[in-house]
Design a protein around this ligand. Structure first.
Ligand SMILES: [Mg+2]
Length: 151
């Protein structure tokens, strides 16, 4: 560990949507835990709905098409680190913006998918996090990667 591989923050100064704190998880990084810019999910849903409506794209945004689009964008995200190998856990500085952009594509389309299929994503998130907490109590699963139904 060490060297420039683990000090990518100055190298991505030009990456507009990647803030330095977002790299706090990197091995060797000594930064505070990151925080997203605050914005409520409903305003994001409205922005994506407006974007589609302005272009008359609702006609194309069936749940099926949006699901396939989410999967396609996940593929584009995976392509960035494809063949990178497991020995280097970092996203190279020259790929940080593409990494953020592809993640945003997935996020936008997932929000659209939820909107167009009648899912309140905030409520769904709250429910699943609560259920995951019940499945994986901290006192039994801290530091463990086993599945909840495995001994
Ligand atoms: Mg994309």
């Amino acid at each position: 560990m060490g060297g420039l591989r683990y000090l990518p923050i100055p190298a991505i100064k030009g990456a507009a949507t990647v803030n330095a704190q977002s790299l706090a998880w990197l091995p060797g990084a000594q930064h505070a835990a990151m925080a997203f810019t605050s914005r409520d999910l409903e305003s994001i849903r409205q922005a994506t709905a407006r974007f589609a409506a302005d272009r008359d794209w609702d006609q194309f945004h069936s749940p099926r098409n949006l699901l396939l689009a989410v999967i396609s964008e996940m593929g584009e995200l995976a392509e960035i680190v494809r063949w990178a190998g497991d020995s280097d856990p970092t996203i190279p500085p020259d790929k940080q913006q593409a990494w953020a952009d592809e993640m945003a594509d997935v996020f936008i389309l997932l929000v659209r998918l939820a909107d167009r299929s009648g899912v309140d994503l905030t409520t769904a998130f709250d429910r699943k996090l609560r259920l995951a907490g019940e499945k994986y109590p901290v006192d039994q699963f801290k530091g463990s990667n086993r599945k909840y139904d495995q001994p």
